[in-house]
Design a protein around this ligand. Structure first.
Ligand SMILES: Nc1ncnc2c1ncn2[C@@H]1O[C@H](COP(=O)(O)OP(=O)(O)OP(=O)(O)O)[C@@H](O)[C@H]1O
Length: 117
């Protein structure tokens, strides 16, 4: 792959992230939460492994929300009609985001609570 093509793929990816940040309310909520968690981590003082976990969870959450938003657009592109499969696809993708968010919240509590109390 030529270098310019490789660099362009980063530009397209950045455009995708920018579009999601502008148009997706949930993406803004996740990004805002990430800022709060990083600030809390700096204030609390985490060890390197804890930081790795926090960064992995924040990155995973944002990445999953991007995939969910992409899937919503593909479904809307495929059909403007109400269709049970369209509902299942969107709801399953939303379910994936929820599963990861709950797991992240539990791990976050396991990291932070013992340091605070
Ligand atoms: N084309 C469709 N056919 C059937 N159900 C759909 C379709 N589009 C959305 N739904 C369902 O309608 C419910 C409400 O969806 P929602 O209001 O979040 O709209 P959305 O299209 O999924 O998302 P957005 O509001 O971001 O466009 C969800 O259960 C979703 O799966």
């Amino acid at each position: 792959m030529k270098l310019s093509r490789f660099l362009f793929s980063f530009r397209f990816a950045a455009q995708g992230i920018g579009t999601a940040m502008k148009r997706e309310q949930n993406m803004k909520v996740h990004a805002g939460s990430a800022v709060v968690v990083v600030a809390a981590g700096m204030w609390t003082g985490l060890d390197p492994v804890e930081w790795m976990l926090v960064i992995l969870l924040i990155g995973g959450m944002l990445a999953l929300e991007l995939v969910n938003s992409a899937l919503e657009r593909v479904v809307d592109l495929v059909t403007a009609e109400r269709h049970p499969l369209a509902k299942q696809a969107k709801d399953m993708a939303a379910g994936a985001v929820l599963v990861f968010a709950v797991a992240s919240a539990i791990i976050g509590l396991l990291i932070f609570l013992p340091k605070w109390f």
